[in-house]
Design a protein around this ligand. Structure first.
Ligand code: FAD
Length: 357
């Protein structure tokens, strides 16, 4: 089967890229699972915090806001940092980095009434953090791909890739051919490059676990902000009447169907527990996902320097949703040979070349 562009990966990175590319080209998305969004994209905390990430990630976050707002994908959440009084150095670093304003412990308790007044010494808050409707975002990108005549093929495990004068030949059960190949395989991005004979870039998956617990003390948690321990040592976030709590670990691993580590979860729940009055009960559910980072924790978007029709769309780390509207526009601009709408310094910071130096 022939198309102009093959995209490997049906997560948010591949779907958003394919949606943008499908406006100008015949696109086929190959996804190894039987559904899209099964791996990292099905396991996120679904937040956008504009100040979260390296400068070029923040540029993508900023540039994505209009798309999110116009599409009605955002709802108010807010971000709260809580600390014990003796944790002031780490607290100040977080306040500076995320640009939150310091508030009194009393005000923090009004936001999250289960915080322990005996422990809470310092708090910082801003309202400019939003929940993203990630399901609708992905479904809308899928609709765009199909409306533009593109295809999404599930249960298509890419096992062999080779390139010749006719372009790329990709085996995923059947053979798929295209001039251009977009590597949006998440944790498997380096593996896909190796299979294609392209040098990997050192994109390393890192596990992050999550527990869903019942709303503490039977509170209505729906209006609570997302709240963080200092240095992102744990976080908690309302989720459909319950509370997500993450130990916020970053454990380097190999690409696989990730699952929560019980000991890591127990330790993270304990760190959360130390700041609240309500006892943590048995989790309702647990899971983990892989956040895949390049060594500078910045996305990798653009043509491979040694294989120009091999396009990297990888290293989304902990920012894949919040960056997706702008990252996918940049990717399509680069593939289609248009001058990028994104500022030149950010475009350079995102290029694959930097990782070969
Ligand atoms: C716990 C957690 C919390 C997070 N919170 C947030 C948040 O609040 N905000 C935010 O913006 N981001 C967040 N993230 C990050 C975000 O989820 C990821 O950056 C994003 O989902 C990555 O998308 P992706 O498409 O690159 O990867 P994936 O969703 O993993 O997609 C890659 C796809 O490639 C497919 N694939 C791999 N190999 C092959 C092959 N050989 N053949 C065919 N298909 C293949 C896989 O099956 C997979 O579906 C969080 C992540 C985690 C784990």
């Amino acid at each position: 089967m022939s198309s102009d562009i093959i995209v490997i990966g049906g997560g948010i990175a591949g779907l958003s890229a394919a949606a943008r590319l499908s406006a100008d080209a015949q696109v086929t998305v190959l996804e190894m699972e039987s559904v899209t969004g099964y791996h990292a994209s099905g396991r996120s905390a679904a937040l956008i915090e504009e100040k979260y990430g390296a400068p070029s990630v923040q540029a993508l976050n900023r540039e994505s806001m209009t798309y999110f707002r116009e599409g009605g994908y955002l709802s108010p959440r807010g971000l709260l940092i809580v600390a014990q009084a003796d944790d002031e150095v780490a607290f100040r670093a977080d306040v500076d980095h995320l640009g939150v304003g310091e508030i009194s412990p009393r005000e923090a308790l009004d936001l999250v009434p289960v915080l322990d007044p005996a422990k809470l010494g310092l708090a910082g808050y801003h309202a400019e953090a939003f929940d993203i409707d990630t399901d609708r975002l992905m479904q809308d990108f899928i609709r765009t791909i199909r409306a533009n005549g593109g295809q999404i093929i599930t249960d298509a495990v890419v096992t062999r890739i080779h390139h010749d004068t006719h372009g790329w030949h990709v085996n995923a059960g059947a053979e798929f051919n295209a001039r251009t190949l977009v590597n949006a395989a998440g944790a498997w991005a380096d593996l896909m490059a190796s299979i294609a004979g392209v040098a990997p870039l050192g994109i390393i998956p890192h596990r992050r676990s999550m527990a869903r617990i019942a709303a503490p003390g039977g509170h209505d948690v729906s209006q609570w902000p997302m709240f963080f321990g200092t240095g992102e040592s744990w976080y908690a976030k309302p989720d459909a009447g319950a509370l997500l709590v993450s130990p916020a670990e970053e454990v380097a691993t190999h690409p696989h169907d990730a699952y929560a580590d019980d000991m890591t979860l127990a330790e993270g729940l304990d760190r959360y527990q130390q700041m609240v009055t309500e006892e943590v009960t048995r989790p309702l559910a647990t899971w983990a996902g892989l956040r895949s980072f390049a060594r500078d924790r910045t996305l990798v978007l653009g043509r491979d320097p040694d294989a120009p029709e091999f396009i990297w769309c990888a290293g989304q780390g902990g920012y894949g949703f919040q960056t997706s509207p702008a990252a996918s526009v940049l990717l399509a601009d680069l593939v289609m040979g248009r001058a990028p709408a994104l500022d030149a310094a950010s475009v350079t910071a995102l290029r694959p070349e930097r990782l070969r130096a």
